[in-house]
Each structure stands twice: as C-alpha cells, then as structure tokens.
Ligand binder design. Structure first.
Ligand SMILES: N[C@@H](CCC(=O)N[C@@H](CS)C(=O)NCC(=O)O)C(=O)O
Length: 237
C-alpha cells in the first residue's frame, strides 16, 4: 500500500534496468508497493492482460489500473504523487523539457551506439559503434554540465528524472565494464559523468535497488551460452 488508500503493485524482473527505474522512483518518493517477480520465459496472464501491447515489464498497477513503459511510469509516479516526497522533474517547463530530452537521448542514441559497440556483426561495425558511443557520451557529459549547473546530480542538489533514468542502468554498466575490461564512464574522457556514477551508486536508494554486479555477470554468461547453443543447434539442423 502506498498510503492514503493508494494501492501500488509493480510487475518486474530482478535484472531489468527498466524495472529498477520504477523502483528508484517509488522509493525516492517514499511510496510503499508490492513487487511481483515475473518469469519472462513464462509470462503471467496478469502481465499479458496488463501490458497487452508490448507484454513487457515494468508495469505499475495503481489502484487496479496499469501504466506501462519505464519513462511513462516514472513521470506518472512524479505526477500522480506530486505532493509526496521530492519532485523528480523540474518545476520549470524548459528545464523539464531538457530533462526529458537527455533521458530520451540516453535511451535512443547512447543505448543504440553502446549495443552496436558490443554486438556489432563485424569488427568494423563494433568500431563504428564504439566511435558513436564515445560521441554520445561526450554530448551527455555536456547535458550533465548544463542540467546540474555545478551541483552533484542532473536534478541539481537532489536526484531527478534523468538521474533515475540513467542511474538505473549502472548495474549493467558496471557488469559490462567488468566483463569487457573497460570503463564506460571514463574519468579521462567524461569526468563529470564518471564522478556522477560514483556518487549515484553510493546512494542508499541505489544500494537498495541496483542488483549485485556478480549476479548480473552470471546471468550475462548464461544468456551468452544459451544463445551459442541455440545457434549451434540451428546450424546442425
Ligand atoms: N521500453 C521498455 C522496455 C522494457 C523491456 O525491454 N523489458 C524487458 C525486460 S528488461 C522485457 O519485459 N522483456 C520481455 C520480452 O521482450 O518479451 C521500457 O522502457 O519499459
């Protein structure tokens, strides 16, 4: 129960950064919620009925009504519980637009480039992805400089919308850093982002929500082995 008669239920999966965005937002607002772990290999009827379009987690059920898509859910929580806890989006319309812009930039441009860098089909494709990711990170560094205005977070003195949206990815960023022997938020090239990431993972809310890096590495290795076995089986048939 969220208090005040509101009922909040979150359908999630432990390793999903999209789900962690919602958990970060709920906890930052000080809202209580029931968490339901979904088996994405065998989705519940409740998930399929709650998110019939994408059939994905997270789904937040507020007083029986579903809300889907992590960015929409985080903004919904901020709006529906405007009087509870800190505001995640800035009060100023232009600053609010900037926050939405950088969150979308992370989900579109940076994510696409990072995936190409890791999973490109050829070495050339990977190198091209790496170059695009470096350019995107440099731009995001400028976004942090502009949004934070010298303060610790995108949201200023406190964690805001972009911090939640980007911060939730830090479990996988750190797991991938370890597996690839790299540092995505490199102090040498993006010092503000590197310091921001260090600061974010030290927050109590981040410690409570972000999954254990070793567990994520185990999951990544298992998925990799399953994909390799499926490819070998397809080739043999
Ligand atoms: N754009 C969605 C992405 C959600 C998403 O990709 N969820 C994954 C888990 S990380 C999922 O439910 N996958 C199940 C599937 O694709 O069938 C959001 O931001 O909420």
């Amino acid at each position: 129960m969220a208090g005040g008669g509101d009922e909040l239920k979150l359908l999630g999966m432990w390793a999903s950064p999209y789900v962690q965005r919602v958990e970060l937002a709920l906890r930052l607002k000080g809202l209580d919620y029931d968490y339901v772990e979904e088996d994405l290999g065998n989705k519940s009827e409740f998930l399929l009925a709650s998110n019939p379009v994408h059939k994905k987690v997270p789904v937040l059920i507020h007083n029986g009504k579903p809300v889907c898509e992590s960015s929409v859910i985080v903004q919904y929580i901020d709006e529906a519980f405007a009087g509870t806890g800190p505001n995640l989006l800035p009060a100023d319309s232009h600053e609010r637009a900037a926050a939405r812009f950088w969150a979308a930039f992370n989900d579109d441009t940076l994510k696409k480039a990072s995936e190409q860098a890791l999973r490109g089909k050829t070495e050339e494709e990977k190198a091209e992805g790496k170059k695009k990711a470096a350019e995107a990170l440099e731009k995001l560094e400028g976004g942090l400089r502009d949004c934070s205005k010298g303060k610790p977070f995108f949201g200023g003195d406190t964690v805001g919308y972009v911090d939640v949206m980007l911060g939730a990815t830090l479990g996988w960023v750190r797991a991938t850093d370890q597996m690839q022997g790299r540092k995505m938020f490199d102090p040498a090239t993006t010092p503000l982002l590197a310091a921001w990431a260090e600061r974010f993972v030290e927050l109590d809310v981040a410690k409570a929500v972000l999954p254990d890096v070793e567990k994520l590495i185990e999951l990544a290795k298992m998925r990799h082995a399953q994909a390799a076995a499926a490819a070998a089986a397809a080739q043999a048939s």
